[in-house]
Ligand binder design. Structure first.
Ligand code: GAF
Length: 452
């Protein structure tokens, strides 16, 4: 039984002792089938699948603040570069996508928000060398924590290689418009979980770019160009043909707002998301299937094939009617991929409208439709993500839930009424076959420099 259920049960016991039996029973029934189902399901889960196990830990994870990250990075820097003082600090957030999945590279709409989880880059101009030394404090990358390279010039290009995390740094350095770059030393620290679908790579790229802006005093006048340079870094140096969503939101996010991005015109519309009555809960499945590498480019190709068959520039300009008219000209798989994208582009616009009107019920319904479409038509979900979404949807107070990001593992995003958060976390914890981590996400600001 979850902590939340125990609490509820005790509350009713108290009332019964208080001779308010009729009122208690009435209230219990009126609280609806959802709660009863939630309670029974937890009980059954505990009695059968979990065999009287002690309930799993269900804490909502604490995310270190930006200041805590900065202070760790400063100590790290001073240890690694004795006698030097860092003079530059840059930070850029990870993101969670609320809806609009696999639509960005189809010129469609996406609706992400930036997270309090962020990547911080701290450093200075190298005084005694023409080499750049960059060190990461991230445990998740293993033991290969340092890269050393010469800043690129026409004669010598920067080449990708090992370790992989270094390619995000090198890619941004190579794509930075100001040349020649002065050599620098830097330390990276991040609270964005690596490979969790919360865009740790874009946050590193954008933080790195922001660091270079401060280093050179050459700042992007058009933030879109900054996002595009970081996206190119990911394409060319990490070999991931991603869309623009992650770099765009990490660059342009505003606190308390989600951002509806039109990936065709590259225009964004901020949508307020700071109602204290609702919460965005991120659940990390802590599963990562190594399929993404080939599956992502395959999906992209299938979408382009569908658009070409319909004689459209991209799936953004195709309607369901176009798709149905051309059904016989394409394979079933290509048809399903296009059906997801066309439907998702439409849903994302509807969801932004619903959010603008604080119509969370409608927003939640669209999230669920999105998940179903990603699961069945786009086939980028996995058993663990489906399990987490199903568990969330069994809970009272949950408005909607879906997988978020590229898929094949990573996180789900759930919209729910704030007062139910702990109960929902307890319930999912007990229902999920793996070990999940939970984060409460508040819409945070985009990349920025920090004064020392
Ligand atoms: C990954 C990509 F990097 C994004 O551009 C986007 O396509 C997303 O998957 C799916 O919506 O995060």
């Amino acid at each position: 039984m979850t902590a939340g259920s125990v609490f509820t049960f005790r509350a009713y016991k108290f009332r019964i002792n208080d001779f308010s039996l009729v009122a208690a029973v009435y209230e219990f029934v009126a609280s609806g089938f959802c709660k009863v189902r939630q309670l029974l399901s937890t009980l059954v889960g505990n009695l059968t699948k979990q065999k009287f196990r002690v309930p799993k830990m269900n804490a909502i994870a604490d995310c270190p603040t930006e200041n805590e990250l900065i202070s760790k990075a400063k100590s790290g820097f001073q240890e690694l570069f004795p006698g030097e003082n860092p003079s530059i600090i840059a930070s850029a957030p990870g993101r969670v996508n609320l809806i609009g999945e696999h639509t960005d590279y189809n010129d469609g709409f996406v609706l992400p928000m930036a997270l309090p989880m962020t990547t911080v880059v701290i450093g200075n101009k190298a005084a005694v060398t023409d080499k750049c030394t960059v060190y990461t404090l991230s445990d998740a990358v293993g033991s290969n924590r340092q890269i050393i390279f010469t800043t690129p010039s026409i004669e010598s290009e920067l080449k990708p290689g090992e370790p992989k995390w270094g390619n995000y740094v090198k890619g941004v350095v190579a794509n930075f418009p100001f040349k020649p770059l002065p050599a620098f030393n830097a330390v990276i620290i991040s609270s964005v979980p690596l490979g969790g679908g919360l865009s740790s790579s874009a946050s590193l790229e954008v933080a790195m770019y922001t660091f270079l802006e401060s280093l050179t005093c050459v700042r992007a006048t058009d933030l879109k160009q900054k996002a595009l340079a970081c996206q190119k870094a990911e394409h060319d140096y990490a070999g991931m043909p991603c869309g623009i969503m992650d770099q765009f939101i990490s660059t342009m996010a505003e606190q308390g707002k989600a951002l509806l991005i039109d990936c065709e015109s590259m225009q964004g519309i901020y949508v307020p998301l700071s109602d204290p009555n609702v919460v965005v809960l991120i659940t990390n499945s802590n599963i990562r299937h190594e399929l993404t590498g080939s599956e992502y480019p395959t999906r992209k190709r299938q979408c382009m094939e569908a658009a070409a068959i319909m004689k459209k520039k991209s799936l953004r300009s195709a309607s369901m009617e176009d798709l149905n008219t051309n059904k016989d000209a394409m394979s079933d798989v290509v048809f399903k991929r296009a059906r997801h994208v066309i439907g998702e582009i439409e849903r994302t616009q509807q969801a932004a409208k619903a959010l603008q009107q604080s119509n969370y019920v409608e927003f939640g319904k669209l999230m669920v439709q999105s998940h179903n479409s990603l699961q069945n038509d786009y086939e980028v979900s996995c058993a663990e993500l489906d399990e987490l979404v199903a568990a969330a949807l069994e809970c009272e107070g949950v408005l909607g839930s879906r997988m978020t990001g590229g898929g094949f593992g990573g996180c789900t995003v759930t919209l729910l009424y704030a007062k139910y958060v702990q109960d929902v976390v307890n319930y999912i914890t007990n229902k999920y076959s793996g070990n999940a981590t939970f984060y409460i996400a508040t819409a945070s600001s985009g990349a920025h420099e920090i004064k020392i």
